[in-house]
Design a protein around this ligand. Structure first.
Ligand SMILES: *Cc1c(COP(=O)(O)O)cnc(C)c1O
Length: 387
């Protein structure tokens, strides 16, 4: 691997740990190593750290501390939300209908598909418009009395589009249907207030907001019918067995605290660079489209499709030039299939294969964006020539 100066423009994939987060975590690896379930001094000290972290997270969900469940990642939170509520709803009231969108993360899609294949649920996809947003009227038509759960992504990882979660939540609540949102991309830039989002379940994962990988949380509204996806000890109010990962939980809480208190500054610093990036690319390169919503999108997120460009070759050439970007989805080399998300927006094959996602973050500078903007047009035209 050649390591020349690299510019990281893939903050939607993961973020580096904030040094303040690292510092907060450190004592819990060594001197404060106790098991929070133990009776003695060590246990109590770990228990204190756990409950302080829970209170911190609850502050940003605007919920009770007992409504915050720590998990091992965003994926696990999505799994617990869907599997835990769907199986319970089936047993409790024979509800066998699951409603999701075609633009969910695989953590939701694959879980819903498994529930359909092995547990007999009827899985229905709520359509999204060309910008990747759910239409409230479609939800009203499709939600049913026997809907076990509705799960709709808050901010899309691939195209950045933000859904009107509060309005969706209101419909679900008025019908008495459990509503989950995957907010894993939202933690860094959007409000997680569950009272305005009107959700019963919200998934987050720390490594998308400058916390460690391998730790997540799930908000579970009091009274939600849900069974644990992982059984064993009674940890996490009986909803997630296993000794809690205290250093990582402390890290998640610290990272969320920083992300949410510094939110306005962070938005300001990435958004104007991002807007400049989008504007320049749309102006200077031919046959390009912005994917996702032009305004209702994450402030650090830019995503495009280039007509007649091989997306994998594009990523490879950008990497050689020193820019770490993404196609937006895990696209297999050798058998190029356009992403399901882009296809569901009505983007045709020839366009969708040339996808590029550029996501900015705390360490992105104006100089890096200028460099990127001077390289990208040349790379695109080179790739179009060799086709
Ligand atoms: C990253 C991501 C996940 C998975 O989170 P992990 O913590 O990596 O398991 C789920 N949903 C969305 C929208 C994501 O961006």
């Amino acid at each position: 691997m050649v390591k020349k100066k690299q510019v990281y423009l893939d903050y939607a994939a993961t973020t580096p740990i904030d040094p303040r987060v690292m510092q907060a975590m450190m004592p819990y690896f060594s001197e404060e190593f106790g098991n929070p379930s133990s009776y003695h001094y060590y246990g109590q000290s770990a228990e204190n750290a756990l409950e302080n972290a829970r209170d911190k997270v609850a502050k940003y969900f605007q919920c009770l501390s007992s409504e915050v469940i720590f998990t091992s990642c965003g994926t696990e939170s999505d799994n617990l939300a869907l599997r835990g509520t769907a199986i319970q709803a089936l047993k409790e009231r024979g509800a066998s209908h699951i409603l999701i969108t075609p633009v969910e993360h695989h953590a939701v899609t694959r879980t819903a598909q498994q529930l359909s294949k092995f547990y007999g649920f009827e899985l229905e996809y709520l359509p999204v418009d060309q910008l990747g947003r759910v239409n409230i009227d479609d939800l009203i038509t499709r939600i049913r009395q026997d809907t076990a759960i509705v799960s709709i992504i808050y901010a899309n990882n691939e195209i950045g589009t933000i859904n009107p979660i509060g309005a969706i939540g209101e419909i679900c609540r008025s019908r008495g249907v459990t509503f989950h949102t995957d907010a894993v991309q939202a933690g860094a830039y959007l409000s997680l207030n569950v009272n305005s989002l009107q959700t019963d379940l919200v998934s987050i994962g720390a490594h998308k907001f400058y916390g460690p990988k391998g730790i997540g949380a799930l908000y579970v509204r009091q009274g939600t019918s849900i069974i644990p996806a992982q059984t064993g000890g009674g940890q996490e109010f009986g909803l997630r067995a296993g000794t809690q990962n205290i250093p990582y939980i402390v890290g998640l809480a610290e990272a969320l605290d920083i992300a949410q208190t510094e939110r306005e500054n962070r938005i300001r610093s990435v958004k104007h660079l991002r807007d400049h990036l989008i504007g320049t690319i749309l102006e200077e390169i031919s046959d390009v489209q912005l994917t996702g919503h032009p305004d209702e999108r994450l402030p650090n997120h830019a995503s495009f499709v280039f007509y007649g460009v091989d997306g994998n070759a594009l990523l490879m050439m950008l990497d050689i030039e020193g820019f770490a970007c993404s196609s937006g989805s895990a696209c297999k080399t050798g058998n190029p299939e356009p992403s399901e998300v882009l296809s569901s927006l009505g983007i045709t094959h020839d366009w969708a294969l040339g996808s590029l996602r550029v996501t900015l973050g705390n360490f992105t500078t104006a100089a890096e964006i200028e460099e990127f903007l001077s390289v990208l047009p040349k790379v695109i035209s080179k790739l179009r020539k060799i086709r």
